[in-house]
Design a protein around this ligand. Structure first.
Ligand code: HEM
Ligand SMILES: *[C@@H]1O[C@H](CO)[C@@H](O)[C@H](O)[C@H]1NC(C)=O
Ligand SMILES: *[C@@H]1O[C@H](CO)[C@@H](O)[C@H](O)[C@H]1NC(C)=O
Ligand SMILES: *[C@@H]1O[C@H](CO)[C@@H](O)[C@H](O)[C@H]1NC(C)=O
Ligand SMILES: *[C@@H]1O[C@H](CO)[C@@H](O)[C@H](O)[C@H]1NC(C)=O
Length: 499
């Protein structure tokens, strides 16, 4: 028995050794630097075992190897490259997008809700993206703004009616707001408060990262094949509810002649137009209820957490930088005054200082710290002439680039003036990517900005803020993908509104 155990250990050790050696040699042959601290599981090991966040770790690597064009990092048997040079980053995300049009996550086919634009790749992705982009034009957002505004007004009322929410647990409040608001944008709003909507519960469940989703993402990461063989699905729990809800709503809308300008309207329009056809390749997509439900679902999985996180970081920074908070208050009060105490799309989008503080907060604390891609055909990265094989995983260290003093002097300081219109030209466009970059850039970026700004504007019209730092804080939550503050909170203090 002992002999067997020893033999087993020896075999494992040997496998680990060989895999590590193989990974190292793989990049050495290509004359690319290699992260040798953990040759087999790279930054994933550090994340799960040593509790060092991936984005922070990549930042250390970035700082150490900053003059290298890229660095190889072990992920078991798949070659993985973290792109460091800004030209190479641009090449992967935009210039040679067709070689990297894959996000690197491949859910199972029976995972109906995972068949959405976020995870699709190749031509199906292109077709779906083309069909959904019109939902996010500024003219559409303008029509949709009433939904967003109502959710922000409801948020203020909700806080005033539930005084215990004024202090503490504020991230929860903000994320309820984002779930409920997005629920409104997908399913339509009712006359009641969005905080009493039956969708809020479901939305919350969808977006609360459970151990289950974490483990699943880890397995997907570890090996897509294994994930497929195990027949795992990411979103089975939500399937019945979500597809059922979308079916009901689409059927009701088909009868209803009133345009509401939400996602359900788009669904009806897509279905009545028949199959979605790609003229170049002839590929056809049938907009079934299931496919549309999966698309609606992306709003929740891609939209809620990052938006709430961006709003939270912005408010935390304002709450501890009173001079900037004062400027924001001033801009907001003036806007309400000019417009008869009401908000509209143009005013929200036009607020310069609000935009500057949000941009800077997302620079310092990009809600998603790392972008991933998968190479889909052999190609070459221009800087360093690096040969990249089909199947190679790519990482782009957003957080590290956003904290590089070559692009942002005094990167650890919150300085909204970096984004003032006269200073904006100093920012290297490729070095600012809170929403990603290139063809797969966040499709909801404008929606997210309007939603977060509307929330911020209504909140700060009615409240002022104090940032409460708890013991050991503020720091970032230990999470594989999100960059969110923890051990810090907000206090909302009702303010008398200046005339
Ligand atoms: C402040 C809030 C948000 C942030 C920081 C954010 C950030 C991102 C980032 C970094 C990506 C990856 C882009 C890339 O790979 O280049 C992404 C993709 C995506 N986001 Fe967002 N996002 C936000 C809000 C939203 C919202 C509200 C929605 C939905 C309405 C949304 C929908 C999506 C979708 C569908 C994708 C995948 C696009 C594709 O693969 O074609 N996001 N987002
Ligand atoms: C918040 O401020 C707005 C704008 O001045 C005001 O009309 C509204 O009544 C306030 N909301 C609440 C719940 O007091
Ligand atoms: C998946 O792996 C990539 C690197 O391969 C890493 O950046 C990402 O954080 C991982 N995600 C999860 C959920 O483990
Ligand atoms: C992208 O990569 C492909 C495959 O290596 C190559 O044929 C093509 O010329 C590249 N395009 C650009 C714009 O670099
Ligand atoms: C531009 O940046 C400089 C210093 O970085 C600052 O003094 C100035 O106020 C900024 N401009 C605006 C309009 O905020």
């Amino acid at each position: 028995m002992i002999a067997f155990a020893l033999l087993f250990c020896a075999v494992i050790t040997l496998c680990v050794y060989i895999t590590g050696k193989y990974n190292e040699q793989y990049w050495k042959k290509r004359k690319v630097a290699f992260y040798s601290k953990n040759k087999v599981a790279g930054v994933l090991w550090d994340h799960f075992i040593e509790k060092k966040a991936v984005f922070k770790n990549l930042c250390n690597i970035y700082n150490e190897y900053r003059n290298e064009p890229a660095i190889g990092i072990g992920t078991f048997f798949t070659p993985q490259l973290c792109v460091l040079d800004i030209t190479n980053i641009q090449h992967v995300l935009a210039t040679n997008f067709t070689s990297f049009n894959h996000r690197g996550v491949e859910p199972n086919e029976n995972d109906l809700l995972a068949d959405n634009i976020l995870f699709m790749h190749g031509n199906r992705w292109k077709l779906m993206r083309q069909s959904l982009t019109p939902l996010f034009t500024s003219s559409k957002l303008k029509l949709m703004y009433y939904i967003i505004d109502k959710s922000a007004v409801d948020l203020v009322e909700h806080l005033k009616a539930n005084k215990e929410l004024l202090k503490g647990n504020s991230f929860n409040t903000l994320s309820s707001f984002c779930s409920a608001a997005i629920g409104g944008a997908v399913f339509g709003v009712s006359t009641g408060s969005i905080f009493d909507s039956p969708f809020l519960d479901m939305a919350r469940k969808t977006t609360t990262p459970s151990w289950r989703t974490n483990v699943f993402f880890a397995i997907i990461n570890f090996s897509n094949d294994l994930f497929k063989k195990l027949g795992l699905s990411l979103f089975k729990e939500q399937e019945e509810f979500f597809i059922g809800a979308i079916k009901k709503i689409i059927r009701a809308r088909e009868q209803d002649k009133i345009k509401r300008h939400d996602f359900a309207d788009i669904c009806v329009a897509l279905q009545s137009a028949g199959n979605i056809v790609d003229k170049e390749t002839g590929l056809e997509l049938k907009p079934t209820d299931e496919l549309l439900a999966a698309q609606a679902f992306f709003f929740f999985i891609a939209g809620v957490e990052p938006t709430a996180t961006a709003l939270f970081s912005t408010l935390i920074e304002l709450g501890r930088n009173p001079e900037y908070l004062e400027k924001v208050h001033k801009e907001i009060d003036e806007a309400f005054k000019i417009n008869d105490n009401k908000m509209n799309y143009d005013i929200v989008v036009g607020m310069k200082y609000v935009d500057m503080v949000m941009s800077e907060a997302m620079r310092m604390h990009p809600p998603l710290g790392v972008l991933t891609r998968k190479c889909v055909r052999d190609t070459v990265l221009p800087v360093g002439n690096i040969k990249v094989e089909k199947g190679t995983r790519i990482m782009v260290p957003i957080w590290a680039v956003h904290h590089d003093e070559r692009f942002y002097p005094e990167p650890e300081k919150f300085i909204p003036e970096r984004f003032a219109s006269e200073n904006k030209s100093n920012i290297v466009d490729a070095a600012y990517m809170p929403f990603g970059k290139g063809n797969r850039i966040c499709v909801g970026n404008r929606y997210a900005a309007v939603q977060a700004k509307a929330g911020l504007v209504h909140l700060l019209r009615n409240f002022t803020l104090k940032t409460i730092v708890q013991e050991g804080g503020p720091k970032y939550l230990h999470h594989p993908t999100l960059i969110r503050f923890c051990d810090v909170d907000l206090e909302f203090i009702p303010r008398s509104i200046p005339k």
